[in-house]
Design a protein around this ligand. Structure first.
Ligand code: HEM
Length: 194
């Protein structure tokens, strides 16, 4: 590693948002799979659906904040030891992750809005959340809901694969390349900028 390279961290806000997203996505995948394939009682399913919708909308709102942060801040530079192809792959991966963090929650929201059951969404049992009018006012909701369910499910499976790659890349940098890339996203309170 050249002597001129020193690890510049992400800001505190970016680091906090990153880990909130990571925990919430893990929870959404587990809850999503359980509620669709778990064979649970109707009461438990209802509760899990509401929790899934609440966390999913939280992720959507956090993605908006994250995107605003990203557009208004320059992220720390990648180390000079990375090949141009690797840097392009890293950037492409991050753009796809950002896109997924919008597309998957939006398809979830759209599928709930086009549901034939019309069950209201109340975030964390406290805040009523509206349906998307374009979908809630459809005359024939069932086929639209079915398509959105498929897109949402396959989008979520693709996200699981993408997150797995993201984690493997971070571990490769930490333990094989030892270039401290992973440390940029870890909170060291005294060392992180706001
Ligand atoms: C990053 C955000 C999200 C992730 C990773 C995610 C993940 C998942 C997963 C893994 C499933 C199970 C899919 C299957 O195997 O069929 C699922 C189902 C579902 N999700 Fe999400 N979800 C997200 C956001 C949302 C949001 C924002 C909503 C609604 C406001 C939502 C509503 C639903 C509903 C209603 C189902 C059940 C669909 C069915 O009955 O087939 N999701 N989600």
């Amino acid at each position: 590693m050249p002597a001129s390279w020193s690890v510049e961290r992400y800001t505190r806000l970016a680091i906090i948002l990153h880990w909130i997203m990571a925990l919430n996505i893990a929870a959404l995948v587990i809850i999503g799979l359980l509620m669709v394939h778990g064979g649970l009682t109707p009461d438990t399913m209802f509760w899990l659906y509401q929790l899934h919708k609440s966390i999913g909308i939280t992720v959507l709102l956090a993605a908006v904040v994250r995107l605003v942060w990203r557009l208004s801040h320059r992220p720390p530079p990648l180390p000079p030891t990375m090949q141009p192809g690797e840097k392009t792959a890293a950037h492409a991966g991050h753009i796809i992750l950002y896109a997924a963090l919008f597309i998957i929650p939006l398809t979830g929201w759209a599928l709930v809005s086009s549901s034939v059951f019309g069950i209201p969404t109340v975030l964390y049992g406290l805040v009523p959340w509206p349906d998307l009018p374009v979908f809630s006012t459809l005359t024939d909701k069932a086929p639209v809901e079915a398509v959105l369910k498929t897109i949402h499910a396959y989008g979520a499976y693709a996200l699981i694969a993408l997150v797995a790659l993201h984690i493997l890349a971070a571990l490769r940098h930490q333990f094989l390349l030892r270039d401290d890339i992973m440390a940029r996203m870890l909170l060291h309170w005294g060392k992180s900028r706001l």
